[in-house]
Design a protein around this ligand. Structure first.
Ligand code: SF4
Ligand code: FES
Length: 248
């Protein structure tokens, strides 16, 4: 396949940045999108160019590091997959592909296609955990009965990989789907109920402090989420937040 790539190049956080056009040939339909970028970077370096910086780690749809906005969609045109699981067979010979970083004020560009998503880490630190007594008197989690529906919904919420596609897809740069997934993961389980009030208040407070926008129920986050996290989690988080605010 022969392709035209329009790639966002930005030297550092201070640089204004611009789209730059490149040509690439010899791309196989079975290559992943990131393999295509590897081949592209090797070609660029062989000609003395500076390789394009992009984030990746597991390349298996697990870690949430890959974060490209491809042809106007977070993680590109396929559904239910991350950028690292996207394959070049989704494109045609002769196509032009636009590649940009995830854009949001709370995700500043570090270089080229790499953005700083540490705002998500700080939200997690604010409450995305349970405290476990490790004194030797810990109750075995398997001895606490949990009904199947709650267990399934908690598991579904826990599949959020923290990639940030929900933020990049939202016209308000809202992080509600991510935060709601983390809140729901614990709110549905007895182990998570103990700290539920502080958790939702602290995580929502940190989300606001990081500069993410509000949810206006457009639903783009749910469509672009590679893990199919449901908007129902946002409704659950809003209920949790209301109840916690009334208590506090
Ligand atoms: S909710 Fe979906 S899109 Fe948002 S961070 Fe989690 S996995 Fe990524
Ligand atoms: S590189 Fe880990 S999810 Fe894509």
């Amino acid at each position: 396949m022969k392709l035209t790539l329009k790639i966002w190049r930005q030297k550092n956080a201070q640089d204004k940045g611009a789209m730059v056009d490149y040509q690439i040939d010899g791309i196989e339909p079975d290559m992943s999108f990131l393999e295509m970028l590897d081949v592209f970077n090797e070609d660029l370096m062989s000609k003395g160019g500076e390789p394009v910086a992009f984030d990746h780690d597991c390349r298996e749809g697990i870690c949430g590091m890959c974060s490209l906005f491809i042809n106007g969609e977070a993680h590109g045109p396929d559904r239910g997959v991350t950028t690292c699981q996207l394959h070049m067979r989704m494109f045609k010979d002769g196509d032009t592909i636009t590649i940009e970083p995830f854009r949001a004020a709370a995700f500043p560009v570090v270089k080229d296609l790499v953005v700083n998503r540490s705002a998500f880490d700080r939200i997690q630190h604010a409450g995305g955990f349970i405290s476990v007594n490790t004194s030797g008197n810990t109750i075995d989690a398997n001895t606490i009965p949990i009904n199947k529906k709650d267990a399934d919904e908690a598991f579904d919420a826990a599949t959020c990989i923290g990639c940030g596609a929900c933020v990049a897809s939202c016209k308000n740069s809202s992080a509600m789907l991510f935060v709601a997934a983390k809140v729901s993961q614990y709110a549905l389980l007895p182990q998570g109920r103990i700290e539920a009030t502080d958790r939702v208040l602290n995580m929502v407070h940190q989300m606001d402090a990081e500069g993410f926008g509000n949810c206006s129920n457009t639903g783009a986050c749910e469509v672009e989420c590679p893990k199919g996290i449901s908007l129902e989690n946002i409704a659950r988080m809003n209920r949790e937040y209301l109840a916690a605010s009334a208590k506090g």
